[in-house]
Design a protein around this ligand. Structure first.
Ligand SMILES: C[S@@+](CC[C@H](N)C(=O)[O-])C[C@H]1O[C@@H](n2cnc3c(N)ncnc32)[C@H](O)[C@@H]1O
Length: 290
């Protein structure tokens, strides 16, 4: 029940579509190239993208020469994506949740999902991806995660303790920050089941036993980076996370002032360490999946 309730928040991105389009980061080129290489993709191949938002990853898939069918339930996001991607390549849009989208079986060489797979009902997601992928097709999941790192530790701790004070209900559900070796070690330990790996990476409740039978050859790649943001930039990004919709106007104002106060105290922009994680898995042979 908790998961179903949390999934309702997947709708909120569409309500802040323009801010989302302005503030959300894209994905490192090397991870996109790695995903395409692992999936054996060539120019002209047809791929699916789920939860394309305003096209953060879609642009790179099109630039790589792929033909993209992008599934996105948010009408505002979809219209921004259509504008952003005009003339970039061969893209068609399906305005639906992945759970409800009518997609032909076995038609895609790969399915990409960037910061979106955890919004899909896990009772449906793993089996439906396995169905829409062509034999030997690849699922490629990407997401930016917070990273524990010495060079940003003090700033990140200041932000988390501020959040715990101003919005304890949000801080309680904040995803765990791990250092890179611990993150990768946890992936290694779960590598028999892609859903357990993705649940670990993003601290999501989406692991299902059947995913271990439906997918094989789980691979991971990670690109860490240090981000420096002004209080204003950080506040704009914070306004696009799903938890923001649950804050009162007073909490929002207090957080914005706290970002400014921290920047003033530091005398420089605020540092956060993030890691962009790619997890891929190949759909198992049909006979092993039944
Ligand atoms: C955090 S945003 C990621 C958007 C974009 N891919 C990016 O990387 O910035 C999550 C996206 O998933 C979409 N989404 C939410 N629930 C979904 C569902 N059930 N099926 C497909 N997409 C969904 C949202 O509308 C939103 O565009």
């Amino acid at each position: 029940v908790a998961t179903a309730e949390a999934r309702q928040y997947g709708k909120v991105f569409d309500e802040v579509a323009a801010e989302y389009d302005r503030s959300r980061p894209g994905y490192p080129r090397e991870l996109i190239e790695e995903a395409c290489a692992l999936a054996g993709l060539e120019r002209g191949d047809r791929v699916l993208e789920v939860g394309c938002g305003s096209g953060q990853l879609t642009r790179d898939l099109l630039t790589a020469g792929l033909e993209v069918v992008a599934v996105e339930p948010g009408a505002q996001l979809l219209s921004l994506a259509a504008g952003n991607l005009e003339g970039v390549g061969e893209v068609s849009f399906v305005n639906a949740r992945f759970e409800d989208a009518q997609l032909p079986s076995g038609h895609s060489r790969a399915m990409f999902a960037a910061a979106s797979f955890h919004w899909i009902d896990p009772e449906v997601s793993w089996a439906k991806v396995a169905d829409v992928l062509a034999p030997g097709g690849t699922l490629a999941l990407m997401q930016h995660c917070g990273l524990e790192e010495q060079r940003s530790l003090d700033d990140q701790q200041a932000l988390l303790s501020m959040l715990a004070r101003v919005a304890p209900e949000i801080a309680a559900g904040w995803p765990a920050y791990r250092d890179l070796p611990s993150l990768l070690d946890g992936v290694e330990q779960r590598s028999e089941n892609v859903s357990e790996v993705w649940a670990w990476v993003g601290s999501h409740d989406l692991a299902r036993p059947e995913a271990g039978r439906l997918f094989e050859d789980v691979q991971v790649a990670a690109v860490p980076s240090l981000v420096e943001q002004t209080a204003e930039e950080l506040n704009a990004l914070f306004g696009t996370i799903s938890a923001y919709s649950r804050l009162s106007p007073g909490q929002r104002q207090e957080i914005e002032s706290e970002f400014l106060a921290l920047q003033e105290r530091l005398g420089r922009p605020i540092r956060s360490s993030t890691v962009c994680v790619l997890v891929t898995a190949r759909v198992a042979g049909r006979d092993t999946a039944v």
